[in-house]
Design a protein around this ligand. Structure first.
Ligand code: ZN
Ligand code: ZN
Length: 257
């Protein structure tokens, strides 16, 4: 059994806890895109301390995913996984023997939890997103994606929960005050998913086991929670409560699969 909780999601910072419900429990932090102080505060609000995190996985080098990872891992001696390209893109810092290189399609066995990273089209050096399983439940995490590829779709099949980027509403983005180069970047093939593109992914994968769909990485300017929720509801035809929108600062409650 797995449970997971977003500690916050969006361009101001992404961090997601994934926990295997064993004794003792095993906890992974996916992305660390917050300052150390807000991260510690949000962990404490979830009843946790940094010592309760057993591993960190970083998807790519953008500031909203990297945040305080170096300080967190060095201070609390937490092992960290990222691609070689991501490590190079942040200046190849010395993680003091805690760094492990993650590669597309190579499953990482953390003891009780297996992660499978996969390559995604996004404007970073070597971005990876991932699926996590304890051998029975499967969680897919996909927060920064320009467009769906066959490779991405293959990795997301038959998830019990999916945390999926719903970055923007195309209409709101086109009308927004963003400069045109930024609009092109966000909506481009190496940018971010619109609500409709995310809905198309969710409906196209085999989602017969899907218990929760978490709409994540919403733009504060170019999206609204009810728009993302509505598109996902239409795409999946599920119960309203099966779709959870992750807040920029509030994240989500613990969700169990
Ligand atoms: Zn990004
Ligand atoms: Zn991001």
């Amino acid at each position: 059994m797995l449970r997971f909780k977003s500690l916050g999601s969006g361009s101001s910072g992404n961090a997601t806890l994934v926990q295997v419900m064993g004794t003792p429990p095993f906890r992974l932090l996916v992305d660390c895109g917050l300052g150390l102080k807000p991260l510690l505060y949000r962990l404490a609000a979830a009843g946790l301390q940094p010592d309760d995190i057993h591993a960190v996985f970083i998807t790519h080098e953008h500031a909203d995913h990297i945040g305080c990872v170096l300080a967190l891992c060095l201070r609390w001696r937490i092992p960290v996984w990222m691609s070689r390209g991501t490590h190079a893109a942040i200046g190849s810092p010395n993680f003091g023997g805690l760094l492990h290189i993650a590669r597309d399609g190579e499953t990482i066995d953390l003891g009780g939890m297996q992660l499978t990273p996969f390559t995604v089209p996004h404007d970073a050096r070597e971005p990876l997103q991932l699926s996590c399983t304890d051998g029975s439940a499967k969680l897919g995490i996909l927060t920064d994606l320009g467009h769906a590829t066959a490779h991405v779709m293959a990795h997301l099949q038959v998830c019990d929960a999916l945390l999926l980027e719903c970055n923007h509403d195309s209409e709101l983005l086109s009308q927004s005050s963003y400069p045109s180069f930024l609009k092109r970047r966000v909506s481009g093939r190496y940018g971010h998913l619109s609500n409709v593109a995310a809905g198309n992914i969710a409906s196209a994968i085999t989602h017969s086991r899907l218990k929760y769909l978490v709409a994540a990485h919403l733009s504060t300017q170019n999206n609204r929670p009810e728009l993302a929720h509505g598109v996902m509801l239409k795409a999946l035809g599920c119960q309203r409560s099966d779709i959870v929108v992750a807040g920029a600062a509030s994240g989500t409650p613990w969700l169990q699969i």
